[in-house]
Design a protein around this ligand. Structure first.
Ligand code: 3H9
Length: 708
């Protein structure tokens, strides 16, 4: 686990190699072994100094975050931080020079371990990242990071890194003074040892006589002003939903004017209360672990050989088709982009050209890389070009007859045995599958716009989709670097059905006479990326209108249109304000600005009594979770985790809540059900909680534990 070797020059090399994990983490066993190794070196009079490095491609990825889920008590979490803080302090003051030879990524506790060394030297690699990303997990650096980093590089430079969790390339870390040197990988150990042999001192800047924090202490007027601005910005950005960044600022403010031992004790106190919050639990469980599992296809059907993909066909070169073609070409796949019109097919390729050119301009890609990626895209109108494709994805107009024709013509060109996927966002998959000769090989792959930015692909299993087809479609999604969530066929699938409730509820509130500015502010304060009316404008009201018309035609009298239908009809049929793409919807879009349309006041007279912001927030979040719970009950999603991941990646459900179903546990099932029942009575039956929730009331069982 920790290799210990002393070389002929009297340098002890302590090498991290934690077994059973692709990364080194500071779990209990590894930390104990590390401390024992350093103690051995300290006790050996023949050892002049210590070099710490790793045998893995990364240095150390930080604490093992699973440990933070095991003990959720404030006292336990605080004690863990205090223990590691004391031991790092003991080692840095033990009198022998210690060098961190950072061979790869060093994050969180990994960087904190390095900060407690006297010299930090890193191997030059474009992949390496250096940083304290704890805040993104809802916690804070608990191994001295909030104290050593500002003492090393100054409060002004350290605070943004701490509150944003920035992961720096080595060159930037060097420039900021976090690293002392960056050298070619082959020279790393040699240079690390050379620093010790050249008389490198076992001394930290903060232990020097007369030490002052570079750029000033937090109490100094300039620094104080800087911190006030940061605090105000953090409050504005987090709307009270995330305690971690504010607690990090408290650690810096309170800890910096005391000796470091006091500072790290302050840090441990804040670490305990922060890591014990439900937000931290949600960000670790859903935001990190569940997303990782989804990305890694941890629930892929077993026993199906992994599918390889070389050539892909994309039907339809509109916004979605050209985005999908870009993602495929970027992942190294030969991509046939087919449209009815040659000019359209060509235009689809231009989309990739624009994105790739932007990457070159930003230095993220070289010209050769751009050319090679573009060369993989073949725009065409000829179905014969699809011969040899391993998968074809249909992204033509949302019209059954057009989709059917594209499906038939593809089958003629490719034969029936390849995977065929539809990117429909509205039409049930099982019906579309009837047009493919082998419906067992037909599946839904619902991409999100803009495809190059959105990580989620909703994978829709039709009634006849085989397990082999599902497993291989998942392989494809992973192959192009996206994250899949599997859902079962149903109207609107999962994401569109649940997400729609958010903006529909916004419109319902508007129709009740609630001030639109209040609705929008409340939406943003929940942590959703946009207010519900702004979202409706982005989605486009004519599209929502079309779906209502189509569903009414499909289902007949059994269909209950959403509560927002009259508002949508007014905007589309009478006002011609269909949303952002038309420059007018609930907002006016002029000069790159978004302003609520003043005409709203005339069409939706203000109610005399306005609700408080808390109750509007509650309505906007509860409605999504109650609909998601119905999807769980109906088997549209198969687990609370799938629902959470889809909501985090698909429509930006607030991460502090852990996703759309973790939100129920965050509130507490009993309280959530009681509030929904009250809303069902006062607002409408759409809030009525399904049995899957009601039967948990009073049992103390979380939905997560009871979910299917
Ligand atoms: C912390 O340090 C607190 C401290 O201040 C002190 C407290 C007292 N723990 O991402 P990958 C797993 S908090 C547990 O696929 P890559 C990961 O889940 C920590 N597991 O590799 C995956 O599992 P699986 C602050 C971890 O090469 C496997 O390792 N640190 C941890 O694409 C491979 O990971 C962070 O937030 C962990 N800390 O990227 C860093 N890290 O094999 C979080 C990884 O089952 N980690 N795993 O699929 C990362 O950002 C990336 O994993 C890293 C490697 C960049 C390191």
């Amino acid at each position: 686990m920790i290799d210990y070797r002393v070389d002929g020059d009297g340098i002890a090399v302590v090498t991290w190699n934690v077994p059973g994990s692709p990364v080194n983490t500071l779990n209990d066993a590894a930390t104990t072994a590390y401390v024992a190794a350093v103690d051995k070196a300290l006790a050996d009079p023949a050892v002049k100094g210590i070099v710490v490095t790793s045998a893995k491609s990364d240095f150390i990825a930080g604490a093992d975050i699973n440990d933070f889920l095991a003990d959720r008590s404030v006292a336990g979490l605080e004690a863990g931080s205090r223990a590691i803080n004391r031991v790092f302090r003991r080692l840095e003051t033990a009198g022998k020079p210690m060098v961190a030879a950072i061979n790869g990524t060093a994050l969180g506790g990994g960087l904190e371990l390095a900060l407690a060394c006297h010299y930090r030297i890193a191997a030059d690699s474009p992949k390496t990242r250096i940083g304290l990303p704890e805040v993104t997990l809802g916690i804070l650096p608990g191994a001295g990071g909030t104290q050593r980093l500002p003492r090393l590089i100054g409060v002004r430079a350290a605070v943004p890194l701490l509150v944003e969790g920035t992961r720096l390339p080595v060159a930037d870390a060097l420039k900021l003074g976090i690293l002392h040197a960056v050298v070619p990988a082959a020279e790393l150990l040699h240079k690390a040892k050379a620093w010790i042999l050249a008389g490198g001192k076992a001394e930290q800047p903060w232990d020097r006589k007369g030490f002052r924090v570079p750029g000033g202490n937090p109490g100094d007027p300039g620094v104080q002003e800087f911190l006030s601005v940061v605090i105000a910005k953090v409050h504005e950005r987090t709307a009270g939903n995330y305690p971690a960044p504010i607690n990090i600022l408290s650690c810096v403010y309170e800890g910096m004017s005391s000796p470091i031992e006091v500072g790290t004790d302050i840090e441990s106190r804040y670490f305990g209360v922060t890591a014990a919050t439900v937000q931290a639990e949600n960000l670790i469980r859903s935001g990190f672990l569940a997303l990782n599992d989804a990305r890694k296809l941890k629930r892929r059907p077993a026993g199906v050989p992994k599918a390889e993909f070389r050539k892909v066909g994309v039907l339809g070169a509109g916004l979605m088709g050209s985005g999908i073609a870009y993602a495929c070409a970027k992942a190294g796949l030969d991509t046939v982009l087919l449209d009815r019109e040659p000019a359209m097919a060509e235009r689809g390729k231009v989309h990739s050209d624009k994105l790739l050119t932007r990457e070159v301009e930003r230095g993220k890609l070289d010209a050769a890389g751009r050319e090679a990626t573009l060369a993989r895209i073949t725009p065409t109108v000829d179905y014969a070009a699809l011969t040899g494709c391993d998968i074809v994805i249909e992204a033509v107009f949302e019209q059954r007859d057009i989709k059917a024709e594209a499906t038939h013509r593809t089958a003629e060109a490719t034969g029936p045995d390849i995977l065929f996927a539809s990117n429909t966002s509205t039409l049930p998959i099982s019906g579309l599958a009837e047009h493919w000769p082998r419906p067992d090989n037909f599946i839904g792959l619902h991409f999100f716009s803009p495809v190059h930015r959105m990580a989620l692909v909703e994978v829709i299993r039709g009634r006849q989709t085989s397990e082999t087809c599902l497993a291989q479609a998942l392989d494809f999604v992973a192959r192009i670097g996206k994250t899949p969530v599997v859902v079962n066929d149903s109207r609107g699938f999962f994401t569109s059905r649940v997400f729609a409730t958010y903006f529909e509820e916004g419109m319902a509130l508007l129709a009740e006479g609630v001030n639109p500015a209040l609705i929008e502010n409340a939406g943003r304060q929940t942590g959703m990326p946009l207010g519900p009316l702004a979202v409706a404008d982005e989605v486009a009201l004519d599209l929502v209108h079309k779906i209502i018309v189509q569903t009414r035609a499909d289902l007949g009298p059994s269909y209950t249109p959403p509560v927002s239908a009259p508002v949508i009809e007014l905007f589309v049929e009478k006002l011609g304000r269909v949303g952002k793409k038309a420059g007018k919807g609930f907002y006016d879009y002029a000069d790159g600005q978004r302003r609520l349309w003043p005409g709203l006041a005339e069409h939706f007279p203000r109610a005399a009594r306005q609700p408080d912001v808390g109750s509007v927030k509650r309505r906007l979040l509860h409605i999504q979770s109650v609909e998601a719970a119905r999807c769980l009950a109906e088997g549209v999603v198969e687990s609370t985790t799938d629902a959470d991941v889809a909501s985090l990646l698909g429509w930006g459900f607030p991460a502090w809540a852990g996703g759309v179903l973790s939100y129920v546990d965050t509130i507490g099932v009993d309280r959530f059900v009681a509030e929904c029942e009250a809303l069902a009575a006062s607002v409408g039956p759409r809030y009525a909680p399904p049995d899957i929730l009601k039967r948990l009331v009073g049992t103390g069982t979380q939905l997560r534990a009871a979910g299917r």
